[in-house]
Design a binder for this molecule. Sequence first.
Ligand SMILES: Cc1cc2nc3c(=O)[nH]c(=O)nc-3n(C[C@H](O)[C@H](O)[C@H](O)COP(=O)(O)O)c2cc1C
Ligand code: SF4
Length: 523
Amino acid sequence: MNHAIRLYIPRDTAAVAVGAEDVVNAIEQEAQRRELNVDIVRNGSRGLLWLETLVEVQTPSGRVAYGPVDVTDVVSLFEADWLHGGPHPLFHGLTEEIPYLKNQERLTFARVGVTDPLSIFEYQAHGGFQGLEKALSMTPAAIVDEVVESGLRGRGGAAFPTGIKWKTVLVTDADQKYIVCNADEGDSGTFSDRMLMEGDPYALIEGMAIAGLATQATYGYIYVRSEYPLAISTLEDAIAHARAAGWLGRNIRGSDHAFDLEVRQGAGAYICGEETSLLESLEGKRGLVRAKPPLPAIRGLFGKPTVINNVISLATVPIILARGAGFYRDYGMGRSRGTLPFQLAGNIKHGGLVEKAFGLSLRDLLYGFGGGSASGRPLRAVQVGGPLGAYLPESQWDVPLDYEAYIGISAMVGHGGLVAFDETVDMSEMAEYAMAFCAIESCGKCTPCRIGAVRGTEVINKIRHNEQREEHVYLLRDLCDTMLAGSLCALGGMTPYPVLSALNHFPEDFGLPRTSTTTEVVD
Ligand SMILES: Cc1cc2nc3c(=O)[nH]c(=O)nc-3n(C[C@H](O)[C@H](O)[C@H](O)COP(=O)(O)O)c2cc1C
Ligand code: SF4
């Protein structure tokens, strides 16, 4: 048999959803028929989702990309001599030179789509476990200081400084402490957690082990939403491999440090992503929000001090330890240090994942990367930060993506998801949907959210149908004030963001005149 040519075909859910498995089978069959030897690596996705299934061919000058490859393209690709980088309408040249990828700053996602996700050898060959090696030689306080210094803030939504959270757990005495990874990823249009878990699971495992060393927690749980079966199986395999290689267990790499972890499947409710509700769910109870204080860092899982962090926060820690806090904090602006994997979704031509330092604008993402709307019509509104995020009109698309700058316009960066809408969107419908979402997903513990969201849905519906419109707008604003100020958690507390941003920026969709008062933002 001739020398095997290496192909990379993602096993990422986004690729599998558009037929990657069939593409793999078709390529194997065609190669066999032609007596050609191919070695197929199932990598993570590069995040250029409109090109999935993206097949990369290893050539002497580097990996070249073909996509989107469908089963029906396979014969013509072989005929074009693609195994030697031959020209074809689906050819994009060197993968790393595709502008969408080349113009990114991939730190957390450096290996995603590059390596075989389950190969510890490749993980280490690309810098993996260097952070944990370093942490093993440091005191817990020094590890915490490094994370504080890096400026890393929680990527799950609230942007709380990760190192400060860890410090609280470290200084709280207890016979057992836990690290919990929040992989519930419930925000609309978001998929960075999933891509990371499927494409580079060891980065998360390494980050959690470092968090364990830093806080003296010896056990961890990854709470993954049930809709992510591939992420769950990839993590389970990776945990078993890491344990077998001595990176987890009683004596990590022969040291006297212990850390182990397991995966738990989520309960399928948006509120189970809220940290205290998640802890209830992990304990086997219904996902109901707990009143704070006490903070989970002091009384968390099973009443013990618990670090609870998002996937991206934890998976970013290894590079901070390996390269140093200064390296990481050199990226970004203001108090938003480092990079964020933005996720482009909705009515966008080039949907996918873009990891960039904080400070770029929504316009850069929408047009520089996203290529404008998928429909070809002008874009009109973008919801940033999930279902509780504000709808931003074009006048706000040049505000730098920075936590504080977004707070300044009553919006939030959150988990970095953005969902684009073209000019055909009815923003009053979006506002009604935001309230209805809150009503459906409410845990029911507090009145402003449990009752308010139901009444709010009705009131918006009346505004939309011109029933005592002015009076109901007044009532809606009053209700939003109550929800903002009186809700126990951010589900009820932030639903007014999408609702009021729609009302304030797009009054004409509610049958209201565009006046100076209607463009006021939430405060
Ligand atoms: C309704 C609601 C849903 C949430 N869903 C998620 C989620 O799916 N994933 C997540 O990481 N954080 C979610 N959060 C934020 C968590 O409560 C918490 O802030 C986060 O897990 C802390 O990790 P971080 O500091 O690394 O961001 C949610 C918060 C609320 C109020
Ligand atoms: S705001 Fe809603 S989800 Fe949050 S505690 Fe209150 S009822 Fe539960």
